[in-house]
Design a binder for this molecule. Structure first.
Ligand SMILES: *[C@@H]1O[C@H](CO)[C@@H](O)[C@H](O)[C@H]1NC(C)=O
Ligand SMILES: *[C@@H]1O[C@H](CO)[C@@H](O)[C@H](O)[C@H]1NC(C)=O
Ligand SMILES: *[C@@H]1O[C@H](CO)[C@@H](O)[C@H](O)[C@H]1NC(C)=O
Ligand SMILES: *[C@@H]1O[C@H](CO)[C@@H](O)[C@H](O)[C@H]1NC(C)=O
Length: 169
């Protein structure tokens, strides 16, 4: 069905169901990052949105993010993507196609759409995955997208998003 999906892309997107199932945020250093809110909220029978509110207590222009994607099969196993990028460089000039895809999915819901430095409340409100943005036909399954945020050379925050993708032909 992966091949079918490539050729009948429109149908594929019509038929696909993407569901956020869980989120976990953990600050490793509360003198740097406070997690005020990190939660999924069901707003209708078929839509769950993600709200994030974290406070960055120091102004920071040295931010790396390591994004790893896992797919469930007897526990979550590494799947396809594992990359680290410089968030400040990315804001000046987007360069990683996977990161651009992820950023485009989230930027309309976030207040982090500016160049460095970052400080204070970082907000994502009402985020959901718009199927039209998911150009890659994914195999049906449960996924975990995990982001480790490395600020001034130390891992300070991990944000984990769990979701399911269901192809429905
Ligand atoms: C989701 O629910 C809304 C109403 O709550 C409905 O208009 C819409 O068609 C539904 N979408 C899907 C994909 O089922
Ligand atoms: C984010 O959390 C802070 C601290 O609780 C609060 O002052 C602020 O109003 C919140 N922002 C939003 C947009 O909810
Ligand atoms: C993913 O990349 C990070 C940073 O390079 C590395 O520490 C980690 O071990 C990698 N994960 C896997 C599953 O290979
Ligand atoms: C960032 O988002 C806000 C609110 O959506 C918008 O008003 C602003 O123009 C955006 N800034 C940039 C640089 O895209």
């Amino acid at each position: 069905s992966l091949i079918k999906c490539v050729y009948i892309n429109f149908l594929c997107q019509e038929a696909a169901i993407i569901k956020l199932t869980n989120v976990v945020c953990e600050s490793y250093d509360k003198s740097w990052i406070v997690v005020n809110n990190c939660r999924l909220r069901a707003i209708s029978r078929n839509r769950t949105v993600y709200n994030l509110n974290i406070t960055l207590l120091h102004s920071c222009s040295n931010i790396l993010v390591n994004v790893q994607v896992f797919k469930r099969a007897n526990g979550y196993k590494p799947w396809l993507f594992n990359f680290t990028m410089d968030a400040c460089k990315f804001q000046r000039k987007s360069y990683n196609p996977t990161a651009i895809l992820m950023y485009n999915a989230i930027k309309d819901f976030a207040n982090m759409n500016h160049t460095c430095p970052y400080v204070g409340d970082q907000i994502i409100e009402g985020f959901y995955l718009r199927p039209e943005l998911v150009r890659l036909p994914l195999p049906t399954g449960d996924y975990l997208v995990s982001g480790d945020w490395i600020l001034n050379n130390k891992k300070r925050l991990v944000v984990s998003l769990y979701g399911s993708f269901i192809e429905d032909f």
